[in-house]
Design a protein around this ligand. Sequence first.
Ligand SMILES: Cc1cc2nc3c(=O)[nH]c(=O)nc-3n(C[C@H](O)[C@H](O)[C@H](O)COP(=O)(O)O)c2cc1C
Length: 350
Amino acid sequence: MKFLGFSLRNQLFVAPMAGVTDRPFRQLCKQMGAGLAVSEMVTSNSLLHGSAKTQRRANHEGEVAPIVVQIAGANPAMMADAARYNVERGAQIIDINMGCPAKKICSVMAGSALLRDEALVAKILAAVVKAVPDTPVTLKIRTGWDRNHRNALSILRIAEDSGVKALAVHGRTRACGYGGQAEYETIRTIKAAASIPIIANGDIGSPEKAKFVLDTTRADAIMIGRAAQGRPWLFREIEHFLNTGTRLTPPRVNEIHQILLAHIEDLYLFYGSQAGVGIARKHVSWYTKGLLGSAAFRHMLNQLVTIEQQKQAIDAYFSALAEHNEHLPYHHVDPDGAGPDHVKLEELAA
Ligand SMILES: Cc1cc2nc3c(=O)[nH]c(=O)nc-3n(C[C@H](O)[C@H](O)[C@H](O)COP(=O)(O)O)c2cc1C
């Protein structure tokens, strides 16, 4: 797929998730079939502090192009600075977050809270586009502020007029949080009215659901968040299904064992051993969620504090799993995209 001048493997994007889509995870998702991955957001005021976290988020060493960095904030001049800062450090696409309902972001009138103030949206978009004239700027939104204020179509117009090059839409209003069903019909209306590429997002957790959302919305691409946690190979499964209409055999237990080990090694290197062990714990929990005996395994994992202990525990767990199963015994996630929690335990034991 051609996207903003880049040749992508496919139209399957990794959604930005603060605390999740760090460089190791983005790289892994791309290796496992994602066409594009958006970084965790960098808040525009955090640049002032130059914290280790901000610096780490601007580290893209070895990342496959295009490098997409998401910025968040409500002050046009600071957002312009944030865009320039990240482009100077390798960002090839700047994505603006007006889709995140997180309190921390919304309380300072950023993220999806901005959708309420269209004049300010216009100022931010214009300032960012002007600040990085050679870099495509994209925008991520929800469908509106609440059910009575679905203003995505006006935001689309503002975005197009400001020179924004693509729009990702999470099919919910800000007030909806994560409740209810994603509104794919609204995304379809936005796509029908748009002259820029539209990316559909929300509740995509299986190959079938991915095809359904692409067909229903006619979006140019889809973006997947929660369902990819602990399951980066979902992208290749969707890619295969879209190309062939058939499901890939679930991955081999041994393959996932090796992928998980490589992933956590990357986390230890990226964050250092102490923080790395904590962050790895979260990912390991996602990988194993729903598998036989995994609750006890996770409980034990939470007590372990060294890299060696963590790796040994993973080896023991996956070796035991492999004794009875060649393939990872997971089932496709529920259509609401809740995540890979729906593994049929009896199959694991079979
Ligand atoms: C842990 C977590 C962190 C998130 N952080 C961001 C973020 O930094 N920026 C953003 O635009 N959206 C963020 N989101 C929203 C996702 O990008 C996505 O729009 C939402 O989860 C819906 O997609 P999904 O149903 O595929 O998860 C986050 C979501 C989660 C679960």
